[in-house]
Structures are given as structure tokens and as C-alpha cells.
Write a new protein. Sequence first.
Length: 314
Amino acid sequence: MDAAPGSPRAVLAAGALAWREKGDGVQVLLVHRPRYDDWSIPKGKLDKGESFPAAAVREVAEETGYRVRLQRPLPTSTYLMPDGRTKIVSYWVATVRATIAPGPKNLREVDEIRWFSLEEAMERVTRQNDQVPLEALRRHLEDDELETAPIVIQRHGAALSRSKWRREEGLRPLNKKGKKQARALPLLLDAFDPASVLSSPWERCRATIEPLATVEGLKVRTKDALTEAGHAEHPARTAAVIDRVLAQARPTVVCTHRPVLPTVIDAVRAVAAPGVALELPHEDPYLAAGEALVLHSTADGRVVAIERHLPNIG
């Protein structure tokens, strides 16, 4: 959203609606705010230089003591604050990854957390901005599209110019910006809790993805079909690699190159819900250097939501 010249800067915030199966139903996690005496979805403002996904995970941890993994995005809330500024809040569906604290960090902001059934949660929240994500989660549950796995298509970070490189193309490295992007990537993608990393073996892809793999404790598996040369020679093999990743529907990061992206996007489009297919990148360069396309896939391999993120390098 572009602000009018001279208007105050928008307030950016993020949160997540964690859910769990309990008995024969689904429960969601809400927090009680003593200042307003209300129940709300955990959320808060972005720190300087922080991405929306990282902020959502951090805020939930601070307000509940739970470290969560993000799943599909929920509707973004945009509204005017009393001081005239616009507030933009991004939300995600989430599940609990670990308990990292006994409860809220600041009892003056949040003094109680509780799991509610969806019906109870809809009755407890008083603000429309919280009711919309709840209603969206209910819709996804009814459509059997609530539980999703993130598959990240990662374009490698900014690299040294081809014109300045005289050695083998597979050895061309990241430039200064690309190295910053690689260092920032773990904080962004850790929010989605990847379980595996697949990459082109070329240097600029490996250098982009290895910091993330190190943080997550994962081994980088490589496929020649994800290189520019492998794709140019056998694009069907590249498509087969992506088809397998999509069919497995596991939290996976796939790092590749700009010339490979048309084949990747075509494979995604084939299994994407109609509305989602229209949102996919459709022209060169498809993704900016260092950009991540996050696909949210159901267990049967259907892509039901997408989002795009660049690592924040300030």
C-alpha cells in the first residue's frame, strides 16, 4: 500500500493463529490483554529490519511462550489507528513447534493464554480485525485445506555479473548484496520450519542456501537438473524433480536459477488451485535475486496459497 506524500508512515505488525486438534474438534490459541480486557490473536509490531514472518513467530513466542511454525497466510488486516496512521497486520495459520517459556513475557500486555474451540473463539474476540482471520481458518478447515506444508522456491542471491566472471559458470559467486541476503535468509525461512533443502550444486545457489541449512541442521542435497546447464539440456528432468517435491508435500526449500524458473512455475501451476495459479509469477525474471516464493501445499499435493518474500538486508 503506497502512502500519500507527507502522510505518516504505516505501522507494520504480524501475528499467527495457532491451532491444534483436541478430541473431535479444532482449538485455537488466544491471548488476554488486560489493558483492553479482551481476547485477541497474538500479534505485534515489526522490529526494525524484521520480516513479517519472523515478526509473527517472535510475537507469538513473546505473548504465549510457544514457538510456532507458520503455515498458510490468513487475510491481512488494514485499518486506521486513532492517530490517523494506517496499521497493516499480516496473519498466518500456525502450529506449535516447541514450548520455550512458561507463558507470556510481559504480563502487563498479556496476562493469560487459552485454547478455545473455534465456536468459543468467535464469541470471545470482540474486534472485527480478529474475527476475519478466525472465519478464514474455519473456512479452510471446512474445505479440508487447513493443514499445509510450505514448499519454498528460492532464487539464489545476487551474484557477480557474468561479464566480470572469466571462469567456469558453475563457480560464479555471490556478490556483496547476495552474501547479505544469504545471511538474512535463515531468519526469514526458519519461520516455516523447513525439513529438507534441495539445491543446484552451482556455487551461487549453495552459498545462498547453506546458512539456512546450517541453522536448521539440515544437509543440502543437490540436483544437476536444477542448474542452468542441466535445465537447458533436459528441461523434462527439471520438471520431474519439481513434480516429486510437489507430490511429496513436505516442508522443503528448493534453490535454483532464474532461467530455470519458467519450468518450475509451470509445474506449480499444474497443481495449483485456480485462483492461486493466477497469482503465480508470469514473466521474466519471475523472482528477484534472493526472493522466495512460498507455496502452501495440502497433503494431496495441491497448492492452495502462495506468498513472496525477500530477505531483509536493511
